[in-house]
Design a protein around this ligand. Structure first.
Ligand code: FAD
Length: 625
């Protein structure tokens, strides 16, 4: 049947990409349908129940700055919060929260169900409706497995690991989207008929363990930070549920012997799995095999929630046969009598070459069709959520006949993520690291709102409450900086005497407080309290301190960005013929033709493209006018 209502945007898949895509489109005022296999698994974390971490919290905070749900759901679901790299510079500091799987899911569902302009429908999408508008193919709707035809102006596909999903435990394998969920076979077959480049990747998860069967007495405890961090810019500590402890244990030489002994029945080492796995999140058999000289690997034991006994042993993801999993787990300190509640497994799935996407995440081959999340070759909830928000916003912009938006590499990690994917593609599951960003001192987790909220407001993504809080914060930062710049400390004064012991040499001339704050030995509260009162708002104090202490480095990065801006602004037409440029080597021509970079700056990041080639390209582009 034809459904009696048509939508601006349909989002397929209710995972981390899909929920942010649907929310973004609906916040922008578009009539949106979220079509997903199972309403009860909206926002489900397929693997470890944790959000954030290095590089990833930066994405979560960017999603938050643009009005998304992930950070808020984490504040309501987080049962242990820590700031990683707290003693290092602000660029690499990262908030990580252990989440109660059920609380996180219900927070996401609550946000979705209360979002105006958004309808949810439970059913599998089996097919896309494609029409030709005379120039190119355009997607105009979706057909479900019971034959319901939903029409829309644009469609966002976010089906995660479900396309052609195949689950492996030892040499046994079966079709599945993730344990307990069906795969998307019909849709995968249909998409393979369309002109997208498809390949296989794999990922894995550890066995879960019943806490009642664990001996915690000899294990190292790990508590969260105090004061308790929050994830959202609008988050409050009171939103957090009860906080709990995690534990640390280790594998040992006996564990490694058991694993080595089971490798002949490992789907990875016997050649059954062909997809490439995440290098940065290897299975325990991979770690034991690749780092044969190490006789121990750390395992973080993380509770799955407040109302469950299940534990997530972070660090022993595996697809070894179940009998080997039992023996391996029971060789580990604390797990001697452990009962496994769910076996570990690996999953292979289809992903699409992200070089077939534009920066808006619209596919190059089919107008109105956007891809986001794991299907673009990424791994991780945060990477998926960030792409989902962008794809949902752009699908909404297109439905409204407006121009697409994508942040640049100097604006957001989201810009880095998308540019890396569409320019370089990926051969293994791509995850975010701070080292991927060249301007990481500007792209901090503490300032994502200052970088993006204004843009989000202009796009219609940011509501009045967030906007008002953001404006108040900006004003408070400006006022405090001005106060510090106009408050002076004289040598020999009581204020000078108060800070002299912290300094290598006593003050010999007059300083304003902003300049004093540049000194590495002095902290904000110490300096701001010398004249008047420090501000109470921690976010404001943090911005003032960072902008004083890192002003020199930040200015240098801004100068570099200005220099490169010409390259960013020089667009390369989609039909540009690289074979017309004389002087380019065949290799560079081929690489550029494959990558089809949208700008000269993107072209310069294609591996193997030399500065000389970029100069030739620039001349040719100028000639074309
Ligand atoms: P998903 O969260 O998978 O959501 C896809 C959604 O689409 C689901 O709701 C599904 O029901 C729905 N759907 C699928 N097909 C259809 C259809 N035809 N019609 C309607 N709805 C459909 N990430 C890490 O960072 N570290 C890890 O160690 C890690 N290990 C993992 C282990 C396993 C076993 C799995 C499955 C995933 C793992 N991940 C890991 C990846 C992480 O789960 C994903 O990156 C993240 O969930 C991707 O989000 P997504 O929104 O793209 O897809």
């Amino acid at each position: 049947m034809d459904y009696p209502r048509s939508y601006d945007v349909i989002v397929i898949g209710g995972g981390h990409a899909g929920t942010e895509a649907a929310l973004a489109s609906a916040r922008m005022g578009c009539a949106t349908l979220l079509l997903t296999h199972n309403i009860d698994t909206l926002g489900q974390m397929s693997c470890n129940p944790a959000i954030g971490g290095i590089g990833k919290s930066h994405l979560v905070k960017e999603v938050d700055a643009l009005g998304g749900a992930m950070a808020t759901a984490t504040d309501f679901g987080g049962i242990q919060f820590r700031v990683l790299n707290a003693r290092k510079g602000p660029a690499v500091r990262a908030t990580r929260a252990q989440a109660d799987r059920a609380l996180y899911r219900s927070a996401i569902r609550r946000i979705l169900e209360n979002q105006p302009n958004l309808e949810i429908f439970q059913q599998a999408a089996d097919d896309l409706i494609v029409e030709n508008d005379g120039q190119r193919d355009r997607v105009t709707g979706v057909v479900t497995n019971t034959g319901i035809r939903f029409r829309a102006r644009s469609v966002v596909l976010t089906v995660g690991t479900f396309l052609g999903g195949r689950i492996h435990i030892g040499l046994d394998s079966h079709s599945g989207g993730r344990a307990g969920d069906p795969p998307s076979i019909a849709l995968a077959e249909r998409l393979r008929e369309l002109p997208f480049r498809v390949d296989r990747l794999k990922t894995g998860t550890p066995p879960r363990i019943d806490a009642k069967s664990v001996d915690f007495s000899g294990l190292e405890e790990q508590w969260g930070d105090q004061p308790l961090p929050v994830m959202s810019y609008l988050g409050r500590r009171e939103q957090h549920p009860r906080q709990v402890c995690c534990w640390i244990t280790h594998t040992n030489s006996r564990t490694h012997e058991i694993i080595q002994g089971g490798l002949d029945r490992s789907p990875m080492y016997s050649g059954v799995i062909e997809g490439v796995g995440p290098r940065y999140c290897p299975s325990i058999e991979d770690k034991v095999h690749r780092f044969a000289d190490k006789d121990s690997h750390q395992i973080f034991i993380e509770p799955e929630g407040l109302e469950t006994c299940e534990l997530y042993p972070n660090g022993i993801s595996t697809s070894l046969p179940f009998d080997v999993q039992v023996e391996m787990v029971r060789s580990i300190k604390g797990f001697e009598n452990a009962h496994i509640t769910r076996p570990g497994y690996a999953i292979e799935y289809d992903f699409f070459d992200p070089r077939d996407l534009q920066a808006s995440l619209e596919t190059r081959h089919m107008a109105g069709l956007y891809f986001a999340g794991q299907i673009n070759g990424t791994t991780g909830y945060e990477e998926a959520a960030a792409q989902g928000l962008l794809a949902g916003a752009n699908a909404a912009l297109q439905a409204r006949g407006k121009e697409a938006w994508s942040p640049s590499r100097d604006q957001a990690y989201l810009g880095v993520l998308v540019d890396d994917l569409i320019t370089l593609g990926t051969k293994e599951p791509y995850r975010m690291f701070t080292s991927r960003a060249e301007y990481r001192l500007l792209l901090r987790e503490d300032n994502a709102d200052l970088r993006l909220t204004e843009r989000g407001r202009a796009l219609g993504l940011v509501d009045d409450t967030r906007w008002a809080a953001f404006c108040r914060k900006q004003e408070a930062i400006a006022a405090e900086e001005e106060r510090l710049r106009s408050s002076w400390v004289q040598p020999g004064s009581m204020a000078a005497e108060a800070i002299n012991p912290s300094l290598a040499q006593p003050l010999t001339r007059e300083y304003n407080l902003m300049d004093l704050l540049k000194r590495p030995q002095l902290e904000y509260a110490q300096v701001a309290g010398l004249v008047g009162e420090p501000v109470a708002d921690e976010q404001v104090a943090q911005q003032v301190e960072i902008s004083a202490k890192y002003a020199g480095y930040i200015d240098r990065q801004k100068d570099e960005i200005e220099r490169l801006r010409t390259y960013e602004q020089t667009e390369i037409p989609a039909d540009f013929e690289y074979s017309d440029i004389s002087g380019l080597s065949n290799e560079v021509r081929q690489k550029l033709s494959d990558a089809r970079p949208a700008t000269l700056a993107s072209a310069s990041r294609v591996p193997g493209v030399t500065p000389a080639a970029i100069s030739l390209l620039l001349i040719q582009l100028k000639k074309r006018g």
